[in-house]
Ligand binder design. Structure first.
Ligand code: NAP
Length: 252
């Protein structure tokens, strides 16, 4: 691998890395040489399998259970990474949920749960990580947003708001910390083949695929490759950006 794309010697935290896109990101960062903290919330067995897969390939990884929408747990996750691997260079805010309902049927709880898991978690983990990165004058924060935050999606006012919020957060923080050698970017996946798509109403996915110029679902690894690039030295001059990984669905 070209040295500029290598992550050897770096430490990364990936939130929600037990399944789907987070799992693929953890595997790819580890493959490129990073020591990876695999965070999970409920899927302990799946998260342990990610650790085993990284270690079997000769990589370094550690497991940490935390609900990243809770301040103390998010802070403990970041502290664990620094204690375990001695530093923290890369934070990937990937943890996320959906609770889809048309607005008249959406409860306040549906709204809050999604905003907390997707957006508040990004604030909490970034705040804890940035304190460390500011002292070190280096760091990479990568937020996993969504095309829903750019285009909107019916039945997903809560989710779309949380993802648009992550995009605004990315740009504001990028400006705040640029002078200290820290970059902050977002990726905006389209329809990626993971468990999260199973909650979509029947027929919605088929209709949505008609909007994808490349005409297929994306794979978790295809998001992970972009995240690994943004985490690498090759992306040192990129900050405050939103990279679409959506088969051409949202051409901004
Ligand atoms: P997924 O397969 O459902 O996985 C979600 C992951 O998030 C799981 O590892 C889950 O952990 C974790 N998680 C949820 N709430 C958490 C919390 N409070 N604390 C810690 N971890 C938590 O979803 P995915 O499709 O991979 O989605 C990953 C990210 O990509 C999300 O932010 C999602 O919005 C975004 N995204 C996905 C798509 C898509 O089409 N798949 C498109 C655009 C954006 P446990 O299983 O351990 O509970």
């Amino acid at each position: 691998m070209a040295e500029i794309l290598s992550l050897a010697g770096k430490t990364a935290v990936v939130t929600g890395a037990s399944r789907g896109i987070g799992r693929a990101i953890a595997l790819e960062l580890a493959r490129r040489g990073a020591a990876v903290v695999v965070n999970y919330h409920r899927s302990a067995e799946a998260a342990q399998a990610v650790i085993s897969e990284i270690e079997a390939a000769g990589g370094r990884a550690a497991l940490f259970q935390a609900d990243v929408s809770v301040a103390e747990q998010a802070a403990a996750l970041i502290a664990f990474a620094v204690e375990t691997f001695g530093d923290l260079h890369i934070l990937v805010n990937n943890a996320g949920i959906t609770r889809d309902r048309l607005l008249p049927m959406m409860s306040e709880e549906d709204w809050q749960a999604v905003l907390d898991a997707n957006l508040k978690s990004t604030f909490l983990c970034s705040k804890a990580a940035v304190k460390h990165m500011l002292r070190k004058r280096t760091g990479r924060i990568i937020n996993i947003a969504s095309v829903a935050g750019q285009m909107g999606n019916p039945g997903q006012t809560n989710y779309s708001a949380s993802k648009a919020g992550q995009i605004g957060f990315t740009k504001a923080l990028a400006r705040e910390v640029a002078g200290r050698g820290i970059t902050v970017n977002a990726v905006a996946p389209g329809f990626i083949e993971t468990d999260i798509l199973q909650s979509m109403p029947a027929g919605t996915l088929e209709a949505a695929l008609k909007l994808v110029p490349l005409g297929r679902l994306g794979q978790p690894a295809e998001v992970a490759y972009a995240v690994a690039f943004l985490a690498s030295d090759a992306a040192a001059y990129i900050t405050g950006q939103v990279l679409g990984i959506d088969g051409g669905m949202a051409m901004m």
